[in-house]
Design a protein. Structure first.
Length: 281
């Protein structure tokens, strides 16, 4: 009989990274997500992070046809299991209700939902930077979130987790805005598209966002066709403490809150800033 892992020794915060392979079958995706939450609970995690588009994914593009509302089966299952296991859950999904595109066709919204350990929705981040790059046109299928929406920062076990997603990682202003709102950890659910240099960009950008913000980065990539996987955890000093390969897997790490705060004392670069981050019109 395998013994249950010991709970984290405070001030550590235990985080589970669920690098899942996701397809268009919504019912199957709910089962995979729930299994990841059970794994996180067995590991005595405080927080579990699922990738972008965890509710449904098509590597050719995600749009309104894969969207479901916040009271739909996917988020409802996350809420029920978060409450049952006492977990904070961060997961990517696609919501209906986006503004129509220039051609008048309806669009969905690429969103990240944060669920509190009570099962209540703690917040929803709607992706600001759509992936219109490297030959992709996410904006044809999805509408952007408002750039001036309040940053989504949720507290769990004494640390504050700021949420962005995938292509946002290429925009340092997004991460800095979350840190200005109090984030100690940057959480990045992603379905990072595969291609030349893309895995290298993913890793380099996660490390850069950690160093420049003296914040930990928990970057959770989707595994499978057309995406790179390669989830990683970066400390506020830029040291990569966990790095996955391309295969589906669930990994758990402890973040040392005291050490994270000590890094900011040793390197007070945030206090030396001379410029603020403000949304563009």
């Amino acid at each position: 009989m395998t013994s249950r892992p010991e709970p984290p020794v405070r001030p550590a915060v235990r985080v589970t990274l669920a690098q899942l392979s996701v397809g268009p079958d919504r019912e199957a995706n709910v089962l995979v997500a729930r299994d990841a939450l059970r794994t996180a609970a067995r590991a005595r995690a405080d927080v579990v992070v699922l990738p972008e588009y965890a509710s449904a994914f098509d590597p050719r593009g995600v749009g309104i046809e894969l969207a479901e509302p916040l009271d739909g089966p996917f988020v409802s299952a996350l809420r029920a299991d978060a409450a049952a296991h006492g977990l904070t859950v961060v997961a990517g999904t696609t919501l209906p209700g986006g503004e129509p595109g220039p051609d008048g066709r309806p669009r969905g919204v690429n969103a990240v939902v944060a669920v509190a350990p009570t099962g209540e929705i703690a917040g929803v981040y709607r992706k600001v930077h759509l992936y219109d790059a490297f030959g992709q046109r996410e904006s044809e299928r999805l509408a952007p979130g408002p750039a001036d929406a309040p940053p989504l920062v949720v507290e769990a076990a004494g640390l504050r987790f700021g949420v962005l997603t995938c292509y946002d990682l290429r925009f340092p202003e997004s991460a800095r805005r979350l840190v200005d709102a109090g984030a100690d950890v940057l959480v990045v659910p992603a379905a990072w598209a595969a291609g030349p240099l893309k895995a290298m960009h993913w890793r380099a950008l996660a490390v850069a966002r950690a160093i420049e913000n003296t914040a930990a980065v928990v970057a959770v990539g989707q595994a499978g066709k057309g995406v790179v996987g390669r989830s990683l955890v970066v400390g506020p000093d830029g040291v990569v403490g966990l790095e996955a390969d391309e295969e589906p897997q669930v990994r758990t790490v402890d973040l040392d809150a005291d050490e994270m705060h000590a890094v900011r004392e040793r390197n007070p670069s945030l206090t030396h800033r001379r410029y603020a981050v403000v949304p563009r019109d």
